[in-house]
Design a protein around this ligand. Structure first.
Ligand code: 5GP
Length: 114
């Protein structure tokens, strides 16, 4: 897959407000936040879209969600609640083709989403 801005953030080639990191996952604040808390959780090993994930990526996908939940607990809003979103391709609204989980919190979310 081609390189994206998120791979450059992983390699520290461009700046980001990094808020969480472990061996497999990096998380940083979204440049254009849609909620008081809007953090992107990305795998350090890039997968372009959810469509490109295969069985051997199962653990990595789980780690992204577990990291999101751990961060929510650390920050103290886990019980109040939050939303996690993975956009896939055009109709899903994906604009950066390095799979990522949006973690949104700090306001009441609406459903259905727009
Ligand atoms: P997508 O639309 O692909 O699901 O989400 C991509 C997200 O990445 C968008 O919410 C957008 O604001 C964010 N974004 C795009 N470029 C950058 C960047 O260079 N730095 C940061 N921190 N966020 C970015």
């Amino acid at each position: 897959m081609s390189d994206t801005i998120f791979s450059k953030i992983v390699r520290r080639e461009i700046p980001a407000d990094i808020v969480y990191e472990n061996d497999d996952v990096l998380a940083f604040r979204d440049l254009n936040p849609q909620a008081p808390v809007h953090v992107l959780f990305i795998p350090k090993r890039a997968v372009a879209t959810l469509n490109d994930a295969i069985a051997t990526d199962a653990e990595l996908l789980g780690k992204l969600l577990l990291a999101s939940a751990e961060y929510a607990r650390q920050q103290g809003f886990a019980e109040q609640g939050y939303r996690t979103v993975i956009n896939c391709n055009d109709d899903g609204g994906q604009t950066v083709f390095h799979l990522h989980v949006h973690l949104l919190a700090g306001r009441r979310m609406t459903w259905p989403p727009g």
